[in-house]
Design a protein around this ligand. Sequence first.
Ligand code: AMP
Length: 293
Amino acid sequence: MLTAETIAEARRAVRTARGQGRRVGLVPTMGALHEGHLSLMAAARAECEFVVVSIFVNPIQFGPNEDYQRYPRPIEQDLAACREAGVDLVFAPSAGEMYRQERLTSVVVRGMTEGLCGRQRPGHFEGVTTVVAKLFNILDPDAAYFGEKDAQQALVLRKMVVDLDFPIAMRFCPTVREADGLALSSRNAYLSADERERALCLSRGLEAGRRMIAEGRTEAAAIAAAMRRIIEAAEPEKIDYIEIVDPHTLGPVARVAGPVLMATAVRIGSTRLIDNILVDSQGNKIRMNDLFL
Ligand code: AMP
């Protein structure tokens, strides 16, 4: 496995692989790798002869009062996990390498970034789209792999790729969960035992919403209210949002008449957790890739 800390080294490694006719697959991550990340690597491995994982805790996507400083950075463990997963190149730059000068340029996707997580995290998606555009330019992948777990991020990045004509196939992989339903997240490491138990309210609330749709309920407000009751029963510190939106626009829907994204962000202790499920009008879970067939 190759590792690169500089942009020049990473470009060289990718150029060599391309010269050998290998298809390049990129899995962008912030490290603290878990089974969710490994599932993206496996998807990349299945389609590409050269798998690149980037590990970069991107400072410009964190707000001033967020967890940039305390975000876990177990780099040795992460490198071992990548080696085990058959990754070909890990690109792990410093913040100084990625942002060598004062940055005057941003990539902004309007319209899809003001709601949901964008409301409580102003500037977050601008940081995400800007760093992913940089990673795409540095690593020149044929395909890039993202998790449905961060649904808004995935849909916003897909819009960026369409609007700016990045020649990259976007692949979205299903959310990997613990046996009891909790979506895997690097931030789960912050949870105490009691908080870990209470964190189940996200997946339980979403599943209750899904069941209501499967039973034929269509009024989004009533479904969201039922989800809220379940989530509130776990006494979260704060509910940032519980929303039922159109997955193409991320705008709210009044009635469930087509595919909907049910999404929630909740603070448990000092940890902000997000989760979502994507369902059709019958309440069947569907894959994000299927939205764009
Ligand atoms: P992160 O390191 O949290 O920035 O995540 C890197 C990538 O892994 C993103 O595309 C995430 O959506 C994806 N990811 C994170 N958690 C999961 C999960 N539980 N299942 C599937 N993908 C995930």
